[in-house]
Design a protein around this ligand. Structure first.
Ligand SMILES: Cc1cc2nc3c(=O)[nH]c(=O)nc-3n(C[C@H](O)[C@H](O)[C@H](O)COP(=O)(O)O)c2cc1C
Ligand code: SF4
Length: 430
């Protein structure tokens, strides 16, 4: 097995102990940055590496850091450890197994944007990880790796954890910031974006846990080393969270550009019970349903290629659906989730997710007519492009792609009798 970069704890026992982490070069990147590099040089190295945000959108990380408003102070870094997307469980493994590399990444981001305070925002269910990080942050302070006047320079940094209350929407960066400020976790109207108006109205960089965990090795080994991994535009390693109908679900760290086929069949051990793979969701519940034909299976999992099969890579939470599953069941699962998690701030998402849930329940129970399936699709299309944040868009991905690409599953659910009943009602009205 080649050397892992993010899940190094699988190859180095006890890497979550500070002394072991330091024996393996831990905090050398941070010390090198603070003592020998100016903050812009750190940002430039990350820019040159091609690192793109692993929270879902794939936005270039170094470029985001350059957007920070240098006319307005103080600056903050917030690590997004909300990890609420169904099917995503990579940040948790990083924070439990390789926490110091993550914290060093937070420290490097803070130095790059000249922030003296950084926060880790964790979903409420991660309270044990928050306790563990608090202890590890204290160890770093005791070792002189966090605190005042670091390495005898004028640079000081403190890191704090902050627990949410387990709402999916608080993973959206502006809802997260509202939640940190003690307000209701609902997205802000954007622009302004966090690099100009973030935490407490101050310039803030929000990055995902996995994104930040890449940074220490980019600084020690260099941008050229990093961008030799992956594809030209999607550089570096990625943790693919594999779940659903596979023999060996779990996190797999592989270069961006690895095919779905390699992940599912070589690493994931294929489909149980000799079944066929029918559909793939690449971005957790927020994903379009990809028809799992040869073209899709041979598609590289990177930010440019996945759209060719009608989906997005997102957080790379690969959910495998086999031919024992009817797609209306999948839609029912996703719509119950999104209806529950809609924050209610804007009408198309709040009402739309509620009504889509009710329609899919009827379809799933075999109590719907084909016109109900059409209505479901129509409601989804009415939501499209009309919401304040991306949750509304996420909620319709599986609906529109599922109905369009797996129509026979819905036809099979629609009872002929209900179509006839409906026609009868229409003719009675006439
Ligand atoms: C509804 C919703 C939920 C989100 N949940 C998460 C999350 O749990 N973790 C995360 O890192 N990003 C999440 N994001 C993306 C963040 O808004 C933001 O883009 C990301 O944290 C930026 O980090 P990156 O540039 O390192 O990817 C979510 C976005 C939306 C719209
Ligand atoms: S799209 Fe949904 S989750 Fe986002 S602000 Fe509107 S109601 Fe809230």
């Amino acid at each position: 097995m080649s050397d892992l970069i993010l899940l190094r704890h699988r190859q180095i026992p006890d890497l979550n102990q500070l002394d072991v982490y330091r024996q393996h070069g831990g905090f050398e990147a941070f010390q090198k940055a603070v003592t020998t590099m100016n903050p812009y040089a750190v940002t430039d190295e990350v820019k040159d590496s091609g690192l793109r945000g692993r929270g879902g959108a794939g936005f270039p990380t170094g470029l985001k850091w350059t957007f920070i408003d240098t006319e307005n102070w103080p600056h903050y870094v917030v690590a997004n450890a909300d990890e609420s997307e169904p099917g995503t469980f990579k940040d948790r493994e990083i924070m439990e197994g390789n926490p110091f590399q993550f914290l060093e990444g937070v420290a490097l981001a803070a130095y790059a944007i000249e922030a003296a305070e950084a926060y880790v925002y964790l979903r409420g269910e991660f309270w044990q990880i928050a306790d563990q990080l608090d202890r590890q942050i204290s160890e770093l302070e005791a070792a002189g790796l966090l605190g005042d006047k670091l390495f005898d320079t004028d640079y000081s940094l403190r890191i704090y954890t902050h627990l949410g209350a387990g709402a999916y929407i608080c993973g959206e960066e502006t809802a997260l910031l509202e939640s940190m400020e003690g307000k209701l976790g609902q997205p802000r109207l954007r622009p302004p974006f966090p690099p100009s108006y973030g935490l407490y109205g101050k310039p803030t960089v929000v990055n995902n846990v996995e994104t930040l965990t890449n940074v220490p090795l980019i600084i020690t080994r260099g941008a050229d080393w990093y961008n030799s991994i992956g594809t030209e535009k999607s550089t570096g390693p990625k943790i693919f969270s594999l779940s659903g109908r596979v023999n060996k679900p779990g996190n797999y760290e592989l270069p961006l550009g690895t095919t779905f086929r390699e992940l599912i069949f070589e690493h994931g051990g294929g489909i149980p019970d000799g079944r066929q793979v029918k559909a793939i969701m690449a971005a957790g519940a927020s994903s379009s349903l990809i028809i799992a034909n040869d073209e899709a299976l041979d598609t590289p999992m990177d930010y440019e290629s996945v759209p060719n099969v009608g989906a997005q890579l997102g957080s790379a939470s690969i959910i495998v659906i086999d031919d024992s599953v009817s797609i209306d069941w999948v839609l029912r699962k996703t719509l119950h989730f999104f209806s529950h998690e809609s924050c209610g701030k804007c009408t198309p998402c709040r009402e739309g997710t509620f009504w889509m849930k009710h329609i899919i329940d009827r379809v799933h129970q075999g109590e719907a007519a084909w016109s109900d399936v059409e209505l479901l699709n129509e409601v989804a299309l009415q939501i499209k492009g009309k919401c304040l944040c991306a949750l509304g868009e996420f909620a319709i991905e599986a609906v529109t792609s599922g109905i369009q690409r797996f129509e026979p599953d819905f036809r099979a659910k629609v009872s002929e009798s209900s179509d006839e009943d409906e026609l009868l009602v229409e003719s009675e009205k006439a």
